[in-house]
Design a protein around this ligand. Structure first.
Ligand code: TMP
Length: 201
């Protein structure tokens, strides 16, 4: 089973992934967690380039680099693990490319981004995607003390388009479960678990 988490920076994905991973392990599931971009040697090297605030990257190059990192992760890790019935949790997947590179950067028309996503994922689609929805104001408040990476330095109007992008995807994708990320950590966790209960048994 493939579970993905999406949302703007600061929406609390990492905390929820940690809690879910623990919950599933306590229930004796074999679980593996990866972050995107990352999760393999090649993908982590690409991540280093993508997030480095000291280099400039052309928008189409950026789109292809995120996609290359993803293709390597899918081929090297995700497909073999899913074949062995391991539960895989991903901190971001191709919906982030649609939201950030498609809606945010406008690197290419959304239809073309979809085609690139299909290639990069080797046609792998999540069983369920938890979209942690947080207002831009609250996200900015939560992340203001952290040093910003290259993506996070992209400006307010970029992040507004990314937010709107996730909202659009949430409206059209049945697998998207939208969760109010302004709630308490435990409340969010319980909502996620109750959503998964029928799927896991
Ligand atoms: P992270 O901070 O959640 O680990 O993600 C790294 C950054 O990369 C984050 O700002 C979102 C961005 N990103 C994209 O722009 N496109 C993508 O396809 C992915 C996976 C992440």
């Amino acid at each position: 089973m493939l579970i993905t988490f999406e949302g703007i920076d600061g929406s609390g994905k990492s905390t929820q992934i940690e809690l879910l991973q623990q919950y599933l392990r306590d229930k004796s599931y074999e679980v593996q967690v990866f972050r995107e971009p990352g999760g393999t040697d090649v993908s982590e090297m690409i991540r280093g380039m993508l997030l480095n605030p000291e280099i400039e990257i052309d928008p189409v190059t950026e789109l292809l680099l995120f996609s290359s990192a993803r293709s390597q992760l899918v081929a090297e890790k995700l497909l073999p693990l899913l074949k062995k019935d391991v539960v895989v949790i991903l901190d971001r997947f191709f919906d982030s490319t649609t939201a950030y590179q498609g809606f945010g950067r406008k690197s290419m028309p959304i239809e073309e981004i979809k085609q690139i996503n299909e290639i990069a994922t080797h046609n792998l689609t999540p069983d369920v995607t938890f979209y942690l929805r947080l207002s831009l104001e609250e996200a900015a408040e939560r992340t203001k003390r952290f040093e910003k990476d290259r993506m996070e330095l992209s400006g307010d109007s970029f992040f507004k388009r990314v937010f709107d992008g996730f909202e659009q995807i949430a409206k059209t994708e049945e697998r998207f479960k939208t969760i109010d990320a302004g709630q308490g950590v435990q409340e969010i966790h319980e909502e996620i678990v109750s959503n998964l209960e029928n799927r896991l048994l």
